[in-house]
Design a protein around this ligand. Sequence first.
Ligand code: NDP
Length: 287
Amino acid sequence: MNEPVTVIGLGPMGRAMTGALLDAGHPVTVWNRTASRADGVVARGAVLAASPAEAVRASEVVVLSLTDYQAMYDVLGPVEDLSGTVLVNLSSDSPETTRAAAAWAARRGARFLTGGVMVPAPVVGTPDAYVHYSGPWDVFAAHEETLRVIGVPHHMGTDPGLAQLHYQAGLDVFLTTLSAFLHGTALLGRAGVTAAEFAPWAARVLRLVVDLLPGAAEQVDADHHPGDLSTARMMGASAAHVLAASEEAGIDLGLPRAVKAHYDRAIAAGRGGDDWTSLVHGVRDPG
Ligand code: NDP
């Protein structure tokens, strides 16, 4: 029989996880602060527990999909017995908060995996879904196949904060890119160009970025920035032009100012002739 799973937290993510687990044949017990949010998954076969304690008792594996880690304390704090429970917290929060939660869980006798779901709710349970986990290897290995139902599981290391760091770093790229797309759209919008017209061109730029990443990563890791392709000085001039165009258009200047500042810092540090990858020094240590 597939192992039973409890899912606590039935926002879009928790509901999607519950649906995927049910489809895969797992007995699923659920609990949510607002009980009515369980109606859909209960109609599909999930069992609604009357309390968090009952939900925890129902399965060894307890998946948490909550707004943040404080919600975990709010829900599980009053539960007397967590011993033997495998808590899999897939909620977002800071790495330090996650590390403190791992210590809290250990004091309560629970084993603890932390995870960052790297895809939105509609993708959960599909082959495109993937989740970064960190925490004890043996706990991950013991439940890897169950966790695979939610998304392809990747164990990133034993430091409980690591999955969260991966999640934040991924979001860093994602959110900044989304804002950059909207900023470019606003810039072109001043000339009457629509977002739909810009989107395919923006996509070509993104594909270029994807192709650049492996080589750039090599240069960053080796701290070797030969300056034979795109120097910080040349790219910095382009960053200044983006800022000037934004000023002319009267649109928000926060993003282009931040980008130009990275180049200014590198040039001021004498790295103008290096490749743009040398900007990482100023990002790591803004001084
Ligand atoms: P929601 O905010 O929709 O759901 C959050 C859940 O947390 C709800 O069940 C809510 O209960 C519960 N909750 C919040 N605070 C408390 C509390 N103090 N006590 C008890 N329950 C509480 O979030 P999502 O489902 O969208 O996301 C869940 C997690 O997954 C988040 O950490 C999010 O960052 C992460 N994530 C989300 C993605 C997305 O695309 N949505 C993608 C990847 C990760 P109630 O129903 O009663 O309000």
